[in-house]
Design a protein around this ligand. Structure first.
Ligand SMILES: [Zn+2]
Length: 305
């Protein structure tokens, strides 16, 4: 029997999860478990880490009824596997050093046939003399992919065929840390993850990641990009939007079960627990529009189903 595939949830431990994060986690778990997959947690801690946040996030995921397969992995413990992937791309002639500052990239004109806002390729053709000069100036160098494509197509369970831009994506940042796009691709493959369920704000970067996977000879996972939770102004939900974490809700007297009930209802599912949601889970019936949450709307919804 082939090993079952896996789905995953990959939070950044920069603070507490809010209900938008919890809703995406609930969906990732339901997609994985309803298809017989393992469900893995990966802590994406290459960036900002708030002490204690990882444990609180795991506690909150358990409190809303999610379970996962061990071990929980941390990106900070996997630096050699990212470097190995970067080395393979470099050996294949597919990388180059980029000395641009963020400001220079913003000011540069977009490449004529590249996607809007994409890196214009300034450092693609730097001479060895120019690179040496930049190094002597002490300019930090990021490592970029020498992309042969400008577009790549993926298939998404909710969005269908999706074609999006591919550019010379950063593989290793100027501070030496592996870049998000590279780490995600390497991790998903290394962990046997064949189903990626995440917020649809990440859909535009998915063609880049799938292209990168194909260059590394890795299989491209199945994708499902799910609608986000937005505030009343139509912006992605954030901590400033009120009582948006489980701790906030507890302080207002709402139990995790009530929060799960509200999340399930927002997904068109009349469940009152994660287990019930899983029993009735039907991806075809998921809403395709964001869930707008205003003020203390979560509590009101959870009390008046
Ligand atoms: Zn550059």
């Amino acid at each position: 029997m082939p090993e079952p595939g896996a789905g995953r949830y990959a939070p950044s431990p920069s603070g507490d999860l809010h209900v938008g994060n919890l809703r995406t986690a609930l969906l990732a778990w339901a997609f994985a478990r309803s298809t017989g997959r393992r469900f893995l947690i990966r802590v994406e801690d290459l960036d900002r880490v708030r002490p204690g946040a990882e444990q609180r996030q795991l506690d909150d995921l358990a409190a809303i009824g999610l379970d996962w397969d061990e071990p929980v992995v941390r990106q900070s413990e996997r630096l050699p596997i990212y470097q190995a992937a970067i080395d393979r791309l470099t050996a294949a002639g597919l990388t180059y050093e980029c000395f641009c500052t963020r400001r220079e990239i913003q000011q540069a004109a977009t490449a004529p046939h590249g996607p809007m806002g994409a890196y214009p390729g300034t450092c693609r053709t730097l001479t060895e003399e120019a690179r040496t000069r930049f190094r002597e100036q002490g300019r930090p160098a990021a490592l970029r992919l020498r992309s042969a494509a400008t577009e790549f197509e993926i298939v998404d369970e909710l969005h269908g065929r999706y074609r999006g831009p591919v550019d010379d994506v950063v593989l290793r940042r100027g501070d030496g840390i592996p870049a998000y796009n590279l780490a995600v691709v390497v991790d998903d493959a290394a962990q046997g993850i064949d189903q990626v369920v995440r917020g649809d704000d990440l859909l535009p970067s998915t063609p880049r990641q799938a292209y990168l996977a194909s260059l590394l000879g890795l299989s491209v996972p199945h994708y499902a990009h799910v609608p986000l939770v937005l505030n009343a102004q139509g912006q992605r939900l954030a901590k400033r939007d009120g009582a948006v974490t489980l701790a906030d809700q507890r302080a207002l007297g709402a139990t995790p079960e009530q929060v799960v009930t509200a999340l399930a209802h927002s997904l068109g599912n009349p469940a009152t627990s994660a287990a019930e949601l899983l029993d009735r889970f039907d991806p075809a019936r998921l809403p395709r529009e964001p869930w707008i949450l205003d003020g203390n709307g979560l509590l009101q919804r959870s009390r008046c189903p």
